[in-house]
Design a protein around this ligand. Structure first.
Ligand SMILES: Cc1ncc(COP(=O)(O)O)c(CNOCC(=O)O)c1O
Length: 423
C-alpha cells in the first residue's frame, strides 16, 4: 500500500517503555522488579467471588450494563460516598472501565480538544502524555522537585511543587490538570494543603482536575490519602480514577472506574459506548463482592485495605535497607508500591559496569537498566521514562523498583548483594 497508513494522532507515541522492557526482561529471564504487579494472588474472598460468579448461571457469562455492572456501581457509590462525604449516584456518577487505563483514555478523549492544554505534574505515569496527544491536546509540564535546603532527599515528601511555577502554567487554554496521588513512580502522597493549592488554581481558572488515585489504599507511616474531589468546589470539576487491579492485587482482571459529577461523566460514557462498551461481567461481580466485604469491615484489622499496606510496609523498608547496603540512595515512598533510587554515586569500586554515559539517543538510566537486565538479570524501570522530553535529561539518574513482590524481592536482593560484593 503506497499511501500513508497510520493516522497523525499516533505519530511519535509508538515507543512504549512497558512493551520494550517487559520483553527484554522476559528474553533474559530477569528477576522482575520492573512492572507494577504483585507476584501473589488476590485475597481469597475476591477469588472465591469470581469462581462463584462463573458458576452462577448464564448471566455472568453475558453482557451486563454498559456503564458498569449494577452490583458494582451500587457498592462503589455507597463505599465512596462515605469517603468523599457526599451522595454519589451509582447510575450517573460512575463509569466502570477496562482498568484505570481505559478510564483515563475515556477522560482525555471526552474532555480534551485540539488546542487544549493539559498540565501534567512530573514524574507522571507515562500514558498521560500520549493520551493527551491522541486527544489533540498539548501537554504542559510542571516537575515535582526536591525541596530546597532540605538536606539529603530521603522521602517522596521532600519532592514538592513550586506554587509559583505551577500557577505560571495555567493559561486561558488550560482545560485540565492531571495529578496522581499516591504518585507512580515517586510514591509522593499529596498533603491536603498541596491539594488545596491545586484546587484553588482549578477553581480560579475553571479547569478540570483528573486525579489518578489507583494506589489510594497504599500509604505508610500514618500518611493519609486525601481525595481532591472531597475539597470544597472540587466535586464539580474532578474526575477520580480508580483501579480494582491495584486495590485487590488483581491487575489481570482489568477492572477500573472513573467517578465524578454526572455532567462530566456523561461525556466519558459517550466515548465508552462508542469504543469498549462493556467490561467483563464476572470480574465486575467479583469486585462488587470485594467492595461489599470491605465496606462491612472498613477501618478494622480484618480489612484488606488495612492489611495490604502493612504487608507492603515491611517490604518497603526491607528494599530500602537493601538498596542502601549496596550503595544506592532510595527515596522512601509515602505511598504506592514503587521506590526510586539515585544511581548517580554508584561506586565503581563495588559496581563494575561499563562506561554507559548518556548518548544522544538514550538517557543514562535507560542504558543502565538495559545493562542491569542483560548482565545482572534484574529488571527495573528508568525514571526518565516518567518525564517529558524537555525535562528528561534532568532526571536520568534514578531507577524505579517495584516492591509489591514476595519471592521476587528475595531474588533481587541476592542479585544486588552479589553484585556489590564484586561478583
Ligand atoms: C498511576 C497509574 N494509573 C493507572 C494505572 C493503570 O491501572 P490499571 O491496571 O487498572 O489499568 C497504573 C498501573 N501501572 O502499572 C504499570 C507500572 O507502573 O508498573 C498506574 O501506575
Amino acid at each position: 500500500m503506497s499511501r500513508k497508513l497510520h493516522a497523525r494522532r499516533i505519530e511519535g507515541i509508538d515507543k512504549n517503555i512497558w512493551v520494550e522492557l517487559t520483553q527484554l526482561a522476559a528474553d533474559y529471564k530477569a528477576v522482575n522488579l520492573g512492572q507494577g504487579f504483585p507476584d501473589f494472588s488476590p485475597p481469597s474472598f475476591v477469588q472465591e467471588a469470581f469462581c462463584k460468579a462463573l458458576n452462577e448461571g448464564f448471566s455472568m457469562h453475558q453482557y451486563t450494563r454498559a456503564f458498569g455492572h449494577p452490583n458494582l456501581v451500587k457498592i462503589l457509590a455507597k463505599f465512596f460516598s462515605r469517603i468523599v462525604g457526599r451522595e454519589i449516584d451509582p447510575m450517573e456518577d460512575i463509569l466502570v472501565s477496562v482498568g484505570a487505563y481505559q478510564a483515563l483514555f475515556c477522560t482525555f478523549q471526552a474532555l480534551i480538544d485540539e488546542g487544549d492544554e493539559v498540565i501534567i505534574v512530573e514524574p507522571f505515569f507515562d500514558c498521560y502524555q500520549p493520551m493527551v496527544m491522541m486527544a489533540g491536546g498539548t501537554a504542559i509540564y510542571v516537575p515535582l522537585k526536591p525541596r530546597e535546603g532540605c538536606g539529603p532527599v530521603l522521602s517522596s515528601a521532600d519532592w514538592v511543587l513550586s506554587p509559583e511555577e505551577l500557577a505560571s502554567k495555567f493559561s486561558p487554554r488550560t482545560k485540565a490538570i492531571v495529578i496522581n496521588t499516591p504518585n507512580n513512580p515517586l510514591g509522593k502522597v499529596y498533603k491536603r494543603k498541596e491539594l488545596q493549592m491545586i484546587a484553588e488554581l482549578c477553581i480560579k481558572h475553571d479547569v478540570i482536575c483528573i486525579s489518578d488515585e489507583v494506589y489510594e489504599w497504599l500509604t505508610y507511616d500514618g500518611t493519609k490519602h486525601v481525595k481532591i474531589a472531597s475539597l470544597p468546589g472540587m466535586w464539580e470539576r474532578t474526575v477520580t480514577i480508580g483501579s480494582a487491579g491495584k486495590t485487590f492485587s488483581a491487575t489481570g482482571w482489568k477492572v477500573g472506574w472513573a467517578m465524578g459529577s454526572e455532567h462530566i461523566l456523561k461525556h466519558l460514557k459517550t466515548v465508552h459506548q462508542n469504543s469498549v462498551y462493556h467490561c467483563a461481567t464476572a470480574a465486575q461481580e467479583a469486585v462488587a463482592v470485594g467492595f461489599q466485604r470491605e465496606y462491612d469491615v472498613f477501618g478494622t484489622e480484618e480489612s484488606y485495605f488495612h492489611q495490604l499496606p502493612i504487608h507492603l510496609h515491611e517490604k518497603r523498608l526491607r528494599l530500602a535497607d537493601c538498596l542502601k547496603s549496596v550503595g544506592l540512595k532510595p527515596i522512601l515512598p509515602q505511598g504506592g508500591y514503587f521506590m526510586i533510587a539515585d544511581i548517580s554515586n554508584l561506586s565503581k569500586k563495588h559496581f563494575k559496569f561499563p562506561d554507559i554515559s548518556s548518548t544522544k539517543d538514550e538517557p543514562y538510566d535507560y542504558r543502565f537498566v538495559k545493562w542491569l537486565i542483560k548482565e545482572k538479570g534484574l529488571a527495573t524501570i528508568p525514571v526518565s521514562a516518567f518525564y517529558s522530553p524537555e525535562h528528561r535529561n534532568e532526571f536520568q539518574k534514578y531507577i524505579r523498583f517495584c516492591f509489591v513482590k514476595d519471592s521476587t524481592l528475595q531474588a533481587a536482593e541476592d542479585i544486588l548483594r552479589q553484585w556489590s560484593d564484586g561478583k
